[in-house]
Design a protein around this ligand. Sequence first.
Ligand code: GFB
Length: 315
Amino acid sequence: MNTDATIFVAGHRGLVGSAITRALLTQGYTNVICRARRELDLREQASVRAFFEQERPDYVFLAAAKVGGIQANDTYRAEFIYENLMMQTNIIDAAYRSGVKRLLFLGSSCIYPRDCPQPMREEYLLTGPLESTNEPYAVAKIAGIKMCEAYNAQHGTDFVSVMPTNLYGIGDNFDLETSHVLPALIRKAHEAKVSNAGHISVWGTGAPRREFLHVDDLADACVFVMRQSGYTEMLNIGSGTEVTIRQLVELVCDVVGYAGTIRFDTDKPDGTPRKLLDSSRINGLGWHAKIELREGIDETYRWFLENHANSLKAL
Ligand code: GFB
């Protein structure tokens, strides 16, 4: 991927797309193109085709997606399957038609069966039933992976899919209803500290285990994979660092400086009991995560303080 190649980052305002854009600019890529939602509705096939015909990008990072935490996935089931299928289908097909050199599709670790053997290897895809809270999202992501594979097989394209583990970092969504666990805990602990509240409420039992990866590590991995021209095997991208939700709350409270009580709200779902990726395939290609969990949470909290702490009501 030459530094003057035309690179389209779909979803450049999201957690992942903004991190990929930052990584590309930092690494000297000079021709990164992005479109705001009001300029290009990725759910509209004709608009997406016209955009690709006109701009003729060489490389595409497909990071546009409707995403959210366990509750958002479970509540907006129709939107999660419809919007993701539409956006990714339009982009993958338009990329083929306009002769894109290489496309990288962002999947998710929730594509693997709910009760998958751990750590989860790429070949465990479609070997068992999915977790119900995020099944519509997972089905859309599986369709994207299979579409890339089918286009490679029939049309000889160079499309690759990556499966990140649970992500966090700067640019995250801190809305308590729709966010993932890590930004939610940062906000809850911060608000409790500021208001001297005696406890914070955490969803579920605290027993589920999750692996967390800083989004800047993911962005670095995505650029790395994009450079592996001709490599089309699906790749897990994880940090190898797994914690229980209880351990995560304790870590976040420590970073934020909140010493109150933690209450578990067991009316809220736990979701998948454990989701640890086997990342040996990408590690074998020479990529490894670098950002430690504590260091990443500390940085994310500082970003939250600078960008959100004074305007929480507006979130
Ligand atoms: O991050 P999270 O929403 O994603 O939740 P999933 C992880 C765990 O943290 C669950 C618990 O067991 C939650 O019950 N949790 C505790 C909380 N307190 C909170 C809180 O205040 N907010 C949230 N959100 N969780 C999503 C999938 O699943 O992960 C998506 O629904 C996607 O499809 C994404 O794959 C990476 O790991 O459970």
